[in-house]
Ligand binder design. Structure first.
Ligand SMILES: Nc1ncnc2c1ncn2[C@@H]1O[C@H](COP(=O)(O)OP(=O)(O)OP(=O)(O)O)[C@@H](O)[C@H]1O
Length: 287
């Protein structure tokens, strides 16, 4: 982080241990440095939105927490446990599968594409991991899954197969499937980017409800600035592999400090405004 950073820290001022801790985390592909010595803490219940230009490293930051990419350097901890490493006789060694599996169970993930099991009903999509990963009885898993599917507004779809659902409904199943496991932290990686515009709202609204209800920490990679502003306790702006600035939504969107964030927001507002003008002229043409 550079000296432009402001904000961050424990949200309510009470001392708590972070549920997610990145320490000097770097990622390179060959000679290309994608992330550079990232330090980041996410506290229990905290909602952190990550924004930044395309290619700034947002997804890579999330994929390392999702255990899909290994950091080139640095450590990540979830709930006090190292993610990519484990300690053996006081020494840091690469984590074995069993250790990774244990830590992974603390992390829920929702991707741009839904990755549902096509041959299973919606209900079974949500119960499978409860039964086979958490060892729950089918009856108990079904009860918990039905409760969760009701929360995301899909009680009437439990016996359908994914192919019969809209993109927005599929994404709500994916959210239910992850949240039902009661993870310590939920990661949303551009959860609405693959959806038709008219379906984005229903998914964002489900995420907002979960955020308002839960003590679950959330990390949300998003291009939806309004959504980030509404949902996040803290917004992080990344650029060229670094956290350039972070703060409350008000600090980030209304009083951005660094020229890079100011330029990013002004580019974003221009595109948004142009989109609005185009939409207005299209509907005027239709009239
Ligand atoms: N497997 C890979 N091999 C080489 N380079 C990669 C790989 N994955 C990502 N990169 C590069 O890392 C950089 C950061 O990518 P990343 O997807 O994290 O950015 P992002 O901020 O999430 O972008 P977007 O908003 O477009 O999704 C990009 O320049 C990308 O080309």
């Amino acid at each position: 982080m550079d000296d432009e950073v402001h904000g961050g820290g424990t949200p309510d001022g009470v001392h708590q241990e972070p549920v997610v801790k990145y320490r000097k985390v770097s990622k390179s592909y060959g000679s290309t440095v994608v992330l550079n010595e990232i330090d980041l803490d996410i506290y229990p219940g905290e909602k952190v939105a990550v924004i930044g230009p395309s290619g700034s490293g947002k997804t890579t930051l999330a994929r390392m927490l999702m255990t899909l990419e290994e950091p080139t350097a640095g450590t990540i901890e979830v709930d006090g446990e190292l993610l990519w490493h484990q300690k053996v006789k006081g020494k840091l060694v690469p984590a074995n599968e069993k250790h990774l599996h244990n830590v992974r169970s603390k992390i829920g993930m929702v991707f741009q594409h839904f990755h549902l099991f096509p041959h299973m009903t919606i209900l079974r999509n949500v119960t499978e991991a409860l039964i086979h990963v958490q060892g729950m009885s089918r009856a108990e898993a079904t009860e918990r899954a039905l409760e969760m599917l009701e929360k995301v507004g899909l009680s009437d779809k439990v016996d359908e197969y994914p192919s019969r659902l809209s993109g927005g409904q599929k994404q709500r199943v994916a959210i239910a499937r992850a949240v039902v496991m009661r993870p310590r932290v939920m990661l949303f990686d551009e959860a609405t980017s693959a959806l038709d515009p008219e379906l984005v709202g229903e998914v964002l609204s489900v995420i907002k409800d979960l955020a308002a209800a839960g003590d679950m920490a959330m990390m949300l990679i998003t291009h939806e600035m309004d959504f980030a502003g509404e949902i996040a306790d803290r917004v992080i702006f990344t650029d060229a592999g670094s956290i350039v600035e972070q703060g409350t939504p008000e600090q980030i969107f209304e009083r951005p400090q660094s020229p890079r964030l100011q330029a990013f927001l002004s580019r974003f507002r221009q595109t948004w405004f142009m989109g609005g003008v185009q939409e207005a002229s299209i509907s005027a043409e239709k009239r």
